[in-house]
Write a protein that binds this ligand. Structure first.
Ligand SMILES: *Cc1c(COP(=O)(O)O)cnc(C)c1O
Length: 376
């Protein structure tokens, strides 16, 4: 049986071989007589699973020893509170600055306002002209040279891939060059972590919910510089205090054990695919093929400024909204699932994370062409 191609933004498709392996090990993990779900999180079997997952994650992202790699719960939205509770008190001003690049960064900003002195460093909420083209709000990245980072701020927050708008930071900025050498970067990388190599040493903290590009919902990955730990606000729950989670090897309380196991299988799969350099080459080719086709057509359109188009989430609109329902129905019948765009943007969105093969992109383009022919 051939499975359909699943373009969900999240929870998203997983590699088929990972699902097959998990199915084969469901009742009895490697002769233990137990499903992974039935194991003590402190026992030797799960310790092996968890330690290997952490080691593979560290290898994939080249995470150095002075950074902790934590398995937590709460998802991206909980991190919007957990990051300020842990890091806003790093410096006396208890301040943090935010680059508003789309709905996820805006959510992070609004949540953090409950914990300290929070300001906007830059925003893409206004329409603007870039290279002679009028860009709608939230379809571009504010030029880093214009960001206002307060030198007394504990951290600057960015969302490095806006899952809804389809806007991706090609690179992370250097805060010393923005006049804030003692401020660290906080990065929400939920929807593009592991899609390409990333230099985590340029950030104080990088977090990501697992359900886009790693594994099942319920697991959150946090990579944080160890010398920033231990300054959590008194109101921070101990289960969310990075220092406590790190001291206890992500097992202070019961972690999402099955989600960690699946993530571990995905990490091994990524290593077989040539690691993150291999994924970047594939993801770049996938995104280029899809954007090239969209740009060549007058039936479909992607509104994002070309230099910051996401390689993971590709929103596109049809020239006539009245065709949206027919597009989705016929796509479904053709084995192309979950293409509906987010309600705030409309139209369609193809999320093409690591688990989407090039054949899925080719099938989508072929379907889009034939839909254009029959409805154009
Ligand atoms: C999906 C997503 C989130 C929200 O994650 P939850 O696990 O639902 O809390 C946060 N940030 C980004 C960039 C996302 O794509």
């Amino acid at each position: 049986m051939k499975r359909p191609y699943n373009f969900s933004a999240g929870p998203a498709a997983l590699p088929e071989t990972v699902l097959q392996r998990a199915a084969a090990e469901m009742l009895d993990w490697q002769g233990s007589g137990m499903s992974v779900m039935e194991m003590s999180h402190r026992g030797k079997h799960f310790s092996q699973i968890c330690d290997e997952a952490e080691a593979d994650l560290r290898e994939l992202l080249a995470i150095p020893d002075d950074y902790a790699a934590l398995f937590m719960q709460g998802g991206g939205l909980a991190e919007n509170a957990i990051v300020p509770m842990n890091l806003i008190g790093l410096r006396e001003a208890q301040a943090a600055d935010f680059v508003l690049s789309g709905s996820w960064a805006v959510k992070s900003y609004k949540e953090a306002r409950r914990y300290g002195n929070v300001a906007v460093a830059a925003t893409a909420e206004q329409a603007t002209e870039i290279n002679g083209v009028q860009q709608a709000p939230w379809t571009y990245m504010p030029d880093p040279s214009t960001w206002k980072v307060r030198p007394e701020s504990s951290y600057l927050h960015i969302c490095s891939n806006e899952t809804i708008g389809g806007v991706e930071f090609p690179d992370w900025p250097d805060l010393a060059s923005l006049g804030a050498p003692d401020t660290v970067l906080s990065i929400d990388a939920s929807s593009h972590i592991l899609s390409r190599p990333m230099d985590v040493t340029r950030a104080g903290v990088v977090f990501a919910g697992a359900q886009k590009n790693i594994g099942p919902a319920g697991l959150t990955i946090v990579i944080v510089r160890k010398d920033l730990l231990g300054k959590a606000l008194p109101i921070c729950p101990s289960a969310f205090d990075y220092a406590i989670v790190a001291e206890n090897d992500s097992r202070y309380n019961t972690p999402p054990t099955y989600a960690i196991y699946i993530a571990g299988l995905v990490f091994k799969w990524l290593k077989e695919q040539g690691g993150l350099a291999g994924m970047e080459a594939l993801n770049t080719a996938k995104a280029r093929a899809l954007y090239d086709y969209i740009d060549s057509s007058s039936f479909y359109r992607n509104p994002v400024e070309p230099s910051v188009r996401s390689r993971m989430n590709v929103p596109f609109i049809l020239h006539d909204d009245a065709l949206n329902a027919a597009f989705l129905k016929e796509a479904d019948a053709a084995g192309l699932l979950q293409l509906k765009g987010h309600k705030s943007v409309g139209g369609m969105r193809a999320s093409i994370y690591n688990a989407m093969p090039m054949e899925g992109i080719q099938a989508l383009i072929a379907f889009m062409k034939s839909f254009e022919q029959s409805h154009g």
